[in-house]
Ligand binder design. Structure first.
Ligand SMILES: Nc1ncnc2c1ncn2[C@@H]1O[C@H](COP(=O)(O)OP(=O)(O)OP(=O)(O)O)[C@@H](O)[C@H]1O
Ligand SMILES: [Mg+2]
Length: 360
């Protein structure tokens, strides 16, 4: 089949993304078989307005560049730079409407998918702390709310209650213990939203995906060079970024571990990240932020568990699953981690307090 004919056939299918590669598999005798590889651009399902995502990224990276240069450092390999289209736009659209963008490549650097030591996690903490502190004077009203109500825990609890009431997938009975777990924490876990609404917690630039694989580390020195993956930068609380990093990075198990006896908070990892983070932010964050870092970890763990549980009740419409009860297993895992944090909360608070005082 010639290329034009093949493309006209492929255009008839609702494949996601743009065709990147097409190879004929020449083993069959009757039919022609092709192996197709697609590249997905910005996920326009999660982001309804990719232009607003890129406007946020452009503003934040420009601010970071100035901050890095003000420190006398070369921004070239330390800050993402949006490479504009020939028309000067931040996005290029393919024929299928997929949105694409390009950045400078952070050279001689790598990221790790899982931290191997507290020292390594400390470096990640410093990287996100630096990110926060370099953006502390960012004009926050300029950012678009690209995923509205992303961390509105109170609203997420209302949605959850609606899902329990509807029970479209007839799963509420199987999740009775988890539903009770959520309800018992309804008030306590709304605390960050209430403090923001009351003006006690300031809105700041938040990264919203503070995983270690979003920090590029220098191949030679092992020090952090650059924070990447800025699609979710929005206005939020610094506690979200701190809390989610702890939730994901300081857990002793994977996000969907079924053997709950393996799921705990690793106090050494918690300490290392907190030390790195507050070493860069202790003088920039306000008292209400520094006093509530541990609350951030609890609320983010609760929120992610709540999202998994809600999706389980809704019949798995949002998260990709690998088994029918995958979302329930994920929720149980987050709630086990949260229970462990609750049991060690006083210890966590003491560590955080000591480290904040060290860098104030
Ligand atoms: N500008 C860059 N220069 C060098 N490496 C990069 C750059 N941007 C991203 N990477 C590498 O590619 C990986 C994936 O990129 P990115 O995190 O932006 O994609 P993603 O699809 O959002 O990934 P995930 O969903 O896992 O967070 C990063 O973890 C990093 O190692
Ligand atoms: Mg990433």
């Amino acid at each position: 089949m010639n290329d034009t004919l093949l493309r006209s056939v492929l255009a008839g299918f609702a494949f996601p993304g743009a065709l990147a590669e097409c190879a004929e598999i020449k083993t069959g005798h009757i039919n022609r078989t092709y192996r197709l590889t697609f590249r997905e651009g910005i996920n326009t399902f999660a982001f309804h307005k990719p232009e607003e995502v890129m406007e946020n990224v452009a503003l934040v990276t420009e601010h970071l560049r100035r901050a890095v240069e003000a420190r006398g450092l070369d921004a070239q390999n330390r800050v993402l730079r949006v490479i504009p289209s020939r028309e000067g736009r931040p996005l290029v659209y393919d024929a299928d409407g997929g949105a694409w963008r390009a950045y400078n490549f952070i050279a001689h650097a790598h990221s790790v998918d899982a931290v191997e030591s507290p020292e390594q996690f400390g470096i990640v903490g410093r990287a996100f702390g630096d990110f926060q502190s370099m953006l502390s004077d960012f004009p926050i009203e300029k950012l678009h709310d690209t995923i509205p109500y992303f961390h509105d825990t109170v609203r997420r609890m209302d949605n959850f209650e609606a899902s329990v009431a509807k029970d479209v997938a007839h799963r509420a009975e199987c999740a009775a213990a988890e539903i009770a777990f959520v309800r018992a924490r309804r008030d306590a876990m709304g605390a960050i939203v209430r403090m923001i609404d009351a003006g006690e917690l300031p809105l700041r630039v938040t990264h919203n995906d503070t995983k270690c694989n979003n920090v590029m580390v220098d191949d030679v020195t092992g020090e952090a060079l650059c924070v990447v993956d800025l699609d979710t930068v929005m206005a939020g609380s610094a506690l979200y970024d701190f809390g989610d990093a702890i939730r994901f990075g300081a857990s002793t198990a994977a996000e969907d571990e079924r053997d709950l006896s393996k799921v705990r908070l690793d106090m050494d990892l918690f300490t290392a990240f907190t030390e790195g983070f507050v070493s860069r932010t202790a003088r920039g964050l306000v008292g209400a932020e520094l006093d509530n870092l541990v609350l951030g970890a609890l609320v983010m763990t609760f929120e992610v568990g709540l999202r998994f549980l809600t999706d389980y009740l809704d019949g798995d419409v949002y998260f990709r699953i690998e088994s029918p009860d995958h979302n329930l297993a994920r929720a149980k895992c987050q709630f086990k981690l949260l229970s462990d944090m609750e049991a060690h909360r006083a210890e966590m608070e003491a560590v955080a307090r000591r480290l904040v005082n060290k860098f104030l």
